[in-house]
Design a protein around this ligand. Sequence first.
Ligand SMILES: NC(=O)c1ccc[n+]([C@@H]2O[C@H](COP(=O)([O-])OP(=O)(O)OC[C@H]3O[C@@H](n4cnc5c(N)ncnc54)[C@H](OP(=O)(O)O)[C@@H]3O)[C@@H](O)[C@H]2O)c1
Length: 280
Amino acid sequence: MPNSLTATTTLHNGVKMPWFGLGVFKVKEGSEVIESVKAAIKNGYRSIDTAAVYQNEEGVGQAIRESGINREELFVTSKVWNSDQGYESTLQAYETSLKKLGLEYLDLYLIHWPGKTKFKETWKALEKLYKDGRVRAIGVSNFKVHHLEELLKDAEIKPMVNQVEYHPHLTQKDLLTYCQNQGIQLEAWSPLKQGQLISDPTINEIAEKYGKTAAQVILRWDLQTEVVTIPKSIKEHRIIENANIFDFELSQEDMKKIDALNKDERVGSDPDTMSAGFED
Ligand SMILES: NC(=O)c1ccc[n+]([C@@H]2O[C@H](COP(=O)([O-])OP(=O)(O)OC[C@H]3O[C@@H](n4cnc5c(N)ncnc54)[C@H](OP(=O)(O)O)[C@@H]3O)[C@@H](O)[C@H]2O)c1
C-alpha cells in the first residue's frame, strides 16, 4: 500500500507515477492555477494533471518554475483535445502544450476522449512521441473496455494509463479488472464526484470512525482499489486535507460498504456519446 504522498506505482514501461496528484480542471488561468499548483507542490504533491482544453497550461508551467522543485521530481500530465485528434494535429498539439507549459517533455500524455473514428491515428502520434523519447509515458482517458479492445488490435505500444471517471457512485469494476489484467494503470478523475460525495451519509459514518473526513475516506478507497487519484482543490487547507490519507487503512468491511454505494452514475460525459470538439 502506498505509504506517502510521493509513493509511486510502476507503469508497464518502468516509469514511476505518483499514486496521488492535483487536478486542475476548471481552475482559472493566472493567479488561481499558479497559487493552487504552488500550494500543492509546497505541501508535498509531485503530480499535476492538466489538459490543453483546461486553458491553464501556462499557469501550471509558471507554478512549476516558481516551485523550486527540480523538474525531474515532478510528474506532469496533459491531454490532446478532441478537435486535435489525428496524426499530424496531435504531434502539433503536443508541441503547443509543451510550449505553453514551458517544459521540454511531459511525463504522461493522454488522448482526452476516444470519440469514434480517429483515436487509432491519434495513438500512432503518441507512439511516435514516445519512441522518439519526447514523452515518458503515453495513455488514454475515458476509454471503455470496447475502446481499449479496438485500440489494442493495432497498437504497437499498450497504453500505460487509462484516466476515467471513478468514484463510489461509479466503481467500474469490469474496466478496473480489464485494465489490471492488461497492465494498464487506472486513474480516477472526479474522485470526489466534483464534491457531490462529500455529504454521503455512509461515507461520513465511516469517516467518523477513523477520525478522517469524507474526502479522505474516498481518496483512501481509491488507493486501496489500486487506482491513482488526482482530486482538485483551489483551497490550500483542502489541498493539505486531501493528501493526508497515508496514515490509516480502511478495513475490508468498510471497503465493501463503499463499493456497495455504486449506482453506475456519472457526473461527467459518457465516453460513448461525448461529441464536443469532434467533427464526426
Ligand atoms: N480526463 C477527463 O476527461 C477529466 C474529466 C474531469 C476531470 N479530470 C481531472 O480530474 C481532476 C479531478 O476531478 P474534478 O476536478 O472534476 O473533481 P473532484 O476532484 O472530484 O472534485 C473537485 C471539487 O470538490 C471540491 N473539493 C476538493 N476537495 C474537497 C474537500 N476536501 N472537501 C470538500 N470539497 C472538496 C473542490 O472545491 P474547491 O476547489 O473549492 O476546494 C471542487 O469543487 C480534474 O481537476 C482534472 O485534472 C479529467
